[in-house]
Design a protein around this ligand. Structure first.
Ligand SMILES: [Zn+2]
Length: 339
């Protein structure tokens, strides 16, 4: 222990006391793409005791440019990201207590995670999920570290219930991120800097150095060399549906309603199963054969080539349909397959 973390123990704000706190802490990382890979590796190496890693996707070739935990073998085997990450993280540190969740993050799972975790790391690619993290964070009094990046730029801010405004309050002043990696692309350093800043805030919180945490939203662009810190301490909306006087946590209410989602980072639509009628891997195989399409089965999913499209059904009943970009086409395709 002493040797492994010797350079971090020498760093005074952490020291032996902070290192012990890190080893006793449990952190949820939401998403295991570019930011999630970098965050998971850094927190593992830093000695965080327990990590809960959530991601619904599998590794593809276009991920390898910036998602540091994955290899060509993971992409060719279409390995679920959390499964590939688990192998790599356990190889880095065998005493890490790692829990993985190969599923879509809904309100139920998000609330479950707060029972064991004292900090949530945002490594998602969409606002809907961040609003859900925000609602759960305020409801249960657990901080989360916001991070987003696109192109050569990134944004970071730690949300601490009771001390900072909440994400919903700050939405009007957050730097506009209208573009996605799909449209504007991204370079790896933008990921690494964003993740590094998020991890620094996490280490401050977990090691008992709360007073050192950022109080302003940090926005940088590595290509134009611009950076700005946006003061937000006076922004607070008394009517806020999450942190206002009579909160109703809308994302927790609405979460079940959004069963169709267009995925960022790929041309694909994801369909969540009706809890009453979840399609099994076996059923999906049968449908694929009946339609005369290509069928490929792994322990984690069934891949179908039907109606000129590629679709992947996961063991939890989600269907990811590639090559379409809008929800109504996704809905139509799902019903063509499974009625
Ligand atoms: Zn608020």
């Amino acid at each position: 222990m002493k040797e492994r973390y010797s350079r971090q123990l020498l760093f005074k704000p952490v020291g032996e006391n902070g290192q012990r706190k890190l080893s006793e802490s449990a952190v949820a990382i939401i998403g295991c793409g570019a930011l999630g890979s970098a965050i998971a590796e850094t927190l593992t190496r830093a000695g965080v005791g327990e990590i809960h890693l959530v991601d619904r996707d599998y590794v593809e070739l276009s991920n390898l440019q910036r998602q540091q935990l994955f290899t060509e073998a993971d992409a060719s085997e279409m390995m679920p990201k959390v499964t590939a990450a688990e192998a790599r993280l356990k190889a880095i540190r065998s005493d890490l207590r790692l829990y993985t969740y190969l599923e879509h993050l809904g309100a139920r799972l998000m609330e479950e995670l707060t029972a064991s975790c004292t900090l949530v790391m945002d490594a998602t690619d969409n606002f809907e999920t961040r609003l859900l993290i925000n609602d759960v964070s305020v409801k249960h009094g657990i901080p989360w570290i916001y991070g987003a990046c696109v192109g050569s730029s990134g944004v970071v801010f730690p949300f601490i219930p009771g001390r900072t405004s909440c994400f919903r309050c700050l939405l009007p002043v957050l730097p506009a991120v209208n573009e996605t990696c799909d449209t504007a692309g991204i370079i790896p350093p933008a990921v690494q800097v964003t993740a590094a800043m998020q991890c620094t805030e996490a280490l401050k919180w977990l090691s008992g150095n709360e007073e050192a945490m950022r109080k302003k939203i940090h926005h940088f662009d590595l290509w134009t060399n611009a950076q700005v810190d946006i003061g937000v301490s006076r922004i607070k909306n008394g009517q806020c549906e999450t942190c206002g006087d009579s909160p109703r946590f809308p994302s927790l209410e609405d979460a079940s309603a959004s069963s169709y989602a267009v995925l960022c980072g790929r041309e694909a639509v994801q369909v969540l199963p009706d809890p009453q009628r979840k399609i099994s891997l076996g059923e999906a195989e049968k449908v694929g054969h009946r339609l005369g399409g290509g069928v490929r089965s792994t322990p984690h999913f069934v891949e179908l080539q039907v109606f000129g499209k590629r679709a992947v059904l996961f063991a939890d009943g989600r269907l990811m349909i590639h090559g379409i970009r809008n929800v109504s086409d996704g809905r139509k395709f799902y019903h063509q397959l499974f009625g």
